[in-house]
Design a protein around this ligand. Structure first.
Ligand code: 3H9
Length: 688
């Protein structure tokens, strides 16, 4: 019927096959022939049952996200589902791969849903700052119950075929060839005869919903929304499904969808969806990447252990190397303990734990790294130590093995120049805890070979990381910008802000925590050590450390912490210390507002991002956004610093940077030329 949709017949069963690579999204060029096919099959007396299936790797993975924000082209998904669900003949969705968003909503328009064993079903719209807009919030609760639907829609997390079957979302799960099974299934139900009840009329269970329990659950979920509108709208829409008539609830869902799709938050989250996928693309990647089957990790401390776990979790055998048997056993014991915690929490089965542990081989001999295709060092952050490790690797690693450093700051060009195989050297900057944090900065040194780079980008995806390729500079993208963000921290305190006020301005902005709470969590001694190594000082932070106040781990830092607790309690002693230090410097305290706090921390963050782009350390502005959202907690609803700069207005940012530059003379406020160009053209890419 069209390039994107075919109809085939198996006797009196018609099979509609959507074929819109890569994920069979419901683009306009699918919706149009789909509507036409459904009408024709509905009216064709020789058709007894209609199956909707998809070609290639997946069932429909949703609406076409690229169409959002553009004028809507008819027929809309809502109209297709409305037509589909009142067809008198049995209709069956045959699901393999993922039925997500609009894909699941299409399936909910059918009388029956059948899947293969590996299928996943969900409504992930919330992750795009949306709610399901094709009737999902009204139909899903009719099958799985209001509370289960609430959880699925507010989390956006898909469920597997078995669970979908158990909850009533799916009618049958088949092993083996899905097409053969679904045709038999369709023929059998057509033979038995109707009437076939559409999902819209299956509301017996909904009537029994305990609204008080629902509201408690919804309130719990709302607490976690942290300023995001979509989760709240999702919960409201599911509640409407319980309290309103079907058509009224549909209309209310539509109104919420229209509002959200035009919101800055949804634009930001859609930007991030594409940004994450874009970041994994390396220009000129058309070459055969090196094969990575086995990984070596040097150092079994917190970082090395976490990195090794990340690889083992992704299915890779890992050789873990330490300097002594004792350190090795300690590292392996910590790994064992971490997995045991996951088992206790219920996020890992005993069996999976055993499988993961079986992937580890411990060693104290560099010669045991000879069969590794990638070796990551996570030893002490010191150039001499790193070079020594790379020296030993030259002798131990096989030709073509990729040699990676997990340094956070050191010059990888210098490390690579110290070896005879600089083409094999690159940076893999994991974030702590490395087995949990999604972000991976992949640092391309001057001489890194493209096939080595491509191999680790691919590997990152396989172990579930969000990878961003960056260039060499002090702190790479993330930590370099973090330094710019933190440059004014001390000044803000000395001029009159309290740690609590600064942190509050951050959490009000949408960050999970502010810079001082974050410092206390990470350990203030780390920054202290770095400053000492670089001959730098920070009067308040240094004094806190001199007093043994390293943050949460010592129970005292910028804040006080009750034994074992994470709640930060303001400490009058710290506030007195700040006042004393300000007085020593002759600074009279004044009121510092939230706006000033944002201007003096986040505007320099954006400014440094612009410099990083100018220097080519990041390839795209959106790569910087991916780093900040996934590695540093920049609020997703604001899309990352570079996207947010567009919302905030580059001209306004420049004006305020210039103001602070004039007032303080500090470089961090000097507007970057690219920021100025952004203000003129509205795009970071302009002029390139
Ligand atoms: C929705 O349905 C709203 C409705 O309720 C209401 C409507 C009125 N559209 O992720 P991958 C592209 S909202 C357009 O690397 P994987 C993606 O950009 C939607 N493009 O593959 C990439 O392009 P490129 C609700 C899409 O195998 C390529 O496909 N649905 C879409 O790792 C491959 O993607 C969702 O939110 C799309 N919907 O994972 C599901 N989806 O190659 C979103 C993907 O040029 N999608 N692309 O970079 C996913 O979660 C994953 O893509 C999926 C496959 C799990 C399906």
């Amino acid at each position: 019927m069209s390039d994107f949709l075919k109809v085939s017949r198996d006797g009196d069963v018609a099979i509609v096959i959507i074929d819109n690579p890569p994920v069979n999204a419901l683009s306009f060029h699918v919706r149009e022939p789909l509507m036409q096919a459904l009408v024709e099959l509905r009216d064709d007396p020789s058709v007894a049952a209609i199956v909707i299936a998809c070609a290639d790797r997946t069932f429909v993975a949703g609406a076409d996200i690229t169409e959002f924000g553009k004028p809507v082209q008819q027929p809309e998904l809502r109209a297709i589902v409305a037509t589909l669900e009142i067809i008198a003949k049995p209709t069956i969705a045959a699901i393999h791969g993922t039925a997500l968003g609009g894909g699941l909503e299409l399936a909910l328009g059918c009388h029956f849903r059948v899947t293969d064993a590996g299928a996943k079903l969900g409504l992930p719209e919330v992750k795009l700052g949306l709610l399901p807009g094709g009737g999902g919030t009204v139909r899903l609760p009719r099958l799985v119950g209001a509370v289960k639907a609430l959880k699925m829609i507010v989390s956006g997390a898909p469920i597997g075929a078995e669970e979908a079957h158990a909850t009533g979302l799916v009618d049958a799960v088949f092993e083996g060839d899905l097409t053969t099974h679904v045709v038999n299934f369709a023929r059998e139900i057509a033979r038995k005869g109707g009437p076939f009840t559409p999902v819209r009329d299956r509301d017996e269970g909904l009537k029994a919903t305990d609204l008080a329990a629902f509201d408690t659950e919804a309130a719990d979920l709302a607490k976690k929304a942290r300023g995001l509108e979509a989760p709240i709208a999702c919960a409201q829409a599911v509640r409407n499904a319980v309290t309103l008539h079907f058509d009224e609830a549909l209309a209310a869902e539509r109104a919420l969808f229209v509002k959200l799709v035009a919101s800055d938050q949804s634009r930001a989250q859609r930007h991030l969806f594409f940004a994450e996928r874009e970041a994994a693309k390396i220009p000129g990647k058309d070459f055969i990447k090196r094969r990575i089957a086995r990984v070596g990790v040097i150092g079994a401390g917190t970082m090395g252990g976490g990195i090794a776990m990340a690889f083992a979790n992704g299915g890779y055998p890992v050789t873990l190397l330490e300097t002594s048997q004792e350190a090795l056993l300690r590292g392996l014991a910590t790994i064992d303990k971490n997995y045991a915690v996951s088992v206790t929490r219920g996020s890992l089965t005993e069996d999976a734990k055993r499988q993961r542990l079986a992937r580890f081989t411990g060693s104290t001999d560099y010669a045991d790294l000879a069969d590794c295709d990638l070796i990551v060092e996570a030893v002490f952050e010191d150039m001499t130590v790193k070079k020594e490790v790379f020296g030993r690797l030259e002798a131990a690693a096989k030709p073509g093995a990729i040699l990676a450093t997990n340094t956070s700051y050191l010059d990888i060009n210098e490390i690579s120049a110290s070896t005879s195989r600089p083409q094999d050297v690159l940076g893999l900057h994991f974030f702590s805890p490395a087995n949990v944090m999604k972000l991976l900065e992949i640092v391309r040194a001057e001489k890194t070979a493209p096939d080595a780079l491509a191999a680790v980008v691919d590997l990152a995806r396989r172990i579930g990381k969000v990878a961003v390729v960056v260039g060499v500079c002090h702190g790479f993208v993330g930590n370099r910008m973090l330094a710019a963000r933190g440059a004014e921290s001390e000044a803000l305190l000395l001029e009159g802000a309290t740690p609590r006020q600064v942190d509050q301005a951050f959490t009000d902005f949408g960050w999970p925590m502010g810079p001082f709470q974050m410092g206390d969590l990470a350990g203030l001694d780390i920054g202290w050590r770095n400053r000492k190594a670089r001959g730098q000082t920070a009067v308040i932070a240094d004094t806190l450390c001199e007093q043994g106040r390293f943050g949460q781990k010592t129970g005292r830092g910028y804040y006080l912490y009750e034994a074992g607790a994470r709640t930060a309690v303001p400490d009058p002693e710290v506030e007195a210390l700040i006042r004393d230090k300000a007085a020593e410097k002759g600074i009279a305290p004044r009121a510092v507002g939230a706006e000033e706090i944002i201007e003096r921390t986040l505007y320099p963050l954006v400014n440094e991002g612009a410099r990083i782009l100018e220097e080519g350390i990041a390839a795209r502005a959106s790569d910087i956004d991916v780093v900040w959202v996934n590695g540093y907690g920049f609020p997703v609803g604001k899309g990352g610093p570079m996207f947010w700069a567009g919302l905030e207005g580059a001209a306004k940012i420049i004006e305020r940077l210039e103001y602070w530059h004039q007032r303080t003379g500090r470089q961090v406020f000097k507007p970057a030329p690219l920021l100025k160009r952004m203000a003129e053209t509205g795009s970071w890419e302009a002029g390139e």
